[in-house]
Write a protein that binds this ligand. Sequence first.
Ligand SMILES: Nc1nc2c(ncn2[C@@H]2O[C@H](COP(=O)(O)OP(=O)(O)OP(=O)(O)O)[C@@H](O)[C@H]2O)c(=O)[nH]1
Length: 741
Amino acid sequence: MGKRVYEFAKEQNVTSKQVITQLEKLNKPVKNHMAVLDEETVKQLDRVFNPEKYRAEKQAEAKATSTSNEPKQEKKEAQASRPQAGQQNRGGQNNRGGQNNRGGQNRNDNRNNDPRNKKRGKGKGKGKPVKAAVPQEADPNSKTSQRKAARLAQEAEMGNVIKYDDVLSVSDLASKMNKKPNEIIMKLMGLGVMATINQTLDDETVELLAAEFGFEVEKEVVVDETDFETVEIDFSQYDLEERPAVVTIMGHVDHGKTTLLDSIRNTKVVAGEAGGITQHIGAYQVEVNDKKITFLDTPGHAAFTTMRARGAEVTDIAIIVVAADDGVMPQTEEAISHAKAANVPIIVAVNKMDKEGANPDRVKQELTEFGLIPEEWGGETIFVPISAIKGEGIDELLEMILLVSEVEEYKSTPDMPARGSVIEAKLDKGRGPVATLLVQHGTLRIGDSIVVGSTFGRVRAMVNDIGRRVKQVGPSTPIEITGLNDVPQAGDQFIVFEDEKKARAIGEKRYQRYLESQRRESAKVSLDDLFSRIQEGEVKDLNVIIKADVQGSAEALAGSLRKIDVEGVKVNIVHQGVGAITEGDVILASAANAVIIGFNVRPDGNARSMAEQENVEMRLHRIIYNAIEEIESAMKGMLDPEFVEEITGQVEVRDVFKVSKVGAIAGCYVTEGKITRDAGVRVIRNGIVIYEGKLDTLRRFKDDVKEVATGYECGIKVEKFDDIKVDDVIEAFVMKEVERK
Ligand SMILES: Nc1nc2c(ncn2[C@@H]2O[C@H](COP(=O)(O)OP(=O)(O)OP(=O)(O)O)[C@@H](O)[C@H]2O)c(=O)[nH]1
């Protein structure tokens, strides 16, 4: 029998969802993670998820066809055939064909001497270098190739060597080669990598891109502590000591994460003698058998992964909470994937054992599918039955954490200036910026000169998790500090410098960089302020990306937009295509400072959140005339106050029941937000809107309800629409009146 989707996902250290998305792209859609894959498909997927494996082959081909670049190619080939040990088995850090490569997971560095976890590859910080996966090939006989060869020869004559000593971003590299950032981004996309204009590139990718444009690179290696995330700590010079494990609790909604965190805290917190009042600082410590354990008390995998995405690897152990009366649910699965991607040991807490329907064996059975096999069944995963609400099983759970800590031997040293990560941060009216830091190595003291992410300052006051002022803290301790010039972000790294002037210089440089990136973001074009910016002479072209359901509409829309005649400004179509709005479209829009117009299509995957993050404006229309009129009005500064739709939620169709005289009822699951009875709905199939209308009925079991929230099932009948199918997505929206700026 072939492999199942989840088995393949597990092997590759990715989520089943990622595999399913890839299968869709390969035109081999499957129903769910239990689907069986044939050999051919497994092979295809393997290529997608492990492009490095195939790189040597591709480069050999590329070399055979290339005439202009021989010494470079040889060098690259030698690199490609280097042992890849550093890239494999590194806890989900290996390159995934560039599919998800914005985080620059592939770090073939030798920064593996972090004693926090012997098994874990340490990710680089904010730099998030992207790595190109597959080199492009060229047909040497094509006209383009001949032109390119001529240009390369000409450029080579001019002595095209790019020198750099720092990390290069896409825009830095573009300016060094005198190219537009778009060109670099397009080239990266061709290599299967999606990168934004400000994204940093790793050295190998810089070299690859430079070669593509006929440049050589020379990197001077200097240790620049401005990018201290990349600066290695030489732990060999210290006597390492045991340190407390840092634990994160994850699991499905309502399975009891918060109750468990509270229960542990209430029973075990290191409550001090004089007036220790526990306060929420984002993390706390408990003491068990004279040993400490640190808990991050923002439960949930979203926070966990946001931190990781910013380079913070703070969690040593993940507790996955599963309610014994409910079993494995979608977010349980997600939490497992997140923990696995971080390569941290998992302990399963089977909660709500006090409830009547509690069935721990079912939970165990279900979890075997995800490779979490209990010890009594011959596996290695620790399962602890608990009742968070009654405080039962908590001691056993804590003991198991200590057991895992003993096996994993988490170590660090207090004998160095502190380093660590931001757990959370806020602006306090009285105290100014306040940040909870997790000291990971060294000792943090009052008065220390510190750089935290893009902010800096001197540690003015330190308050611990029981509200007590302290003067110094060591490894694995959460501590709230004041004294920074601005509010850092959760997941930012911090470092203490012994030299105050140096701290200040580095801090100021990083802060300036941050302000600059903010400025660039706010300079993004939007229809609301287009007119004023045209007037001020800031904008001459309105760059537009069009995505439509069919080629004909894309062309019609592009044609009409180009014809809009407003003095002093013209519409420039940067890109037009068919299908859903993808992350790639958003990245391109961000780089080209373009607005995206979607005609009968919706954003796919993470495109919507990415557009928000990148400040890219996305306008979705169903009538060509409206799209044209909107752009024209914006150019003339005549946009009226109008109704803007707000997407309230998304549901997935998991079953369809045909009921005579009523029609097709969709059995659905709300995956995001909520769906309300009065919402407008859109039926989306493969990213294309196939129907827009209203709800006829919205039910939970047999009852009509006003709304259904994330994580719940419901029955939906869309008014006048019976062609609903399993796997369709129903998007719910309401119209809100907004005033234009
Ligand atoms: N009977 C019983 N109920 C529990 C137990 N643990 C939690 N609950 C209840 O389950 C519900 C959800 O618990 P929470 O701790 O809020 O769950 P959560 O996982 O933090 O939920 P979200 O914050 O929504 O993700 C609450 O009503 C709790 O009182 C338990 O051990 N036994």
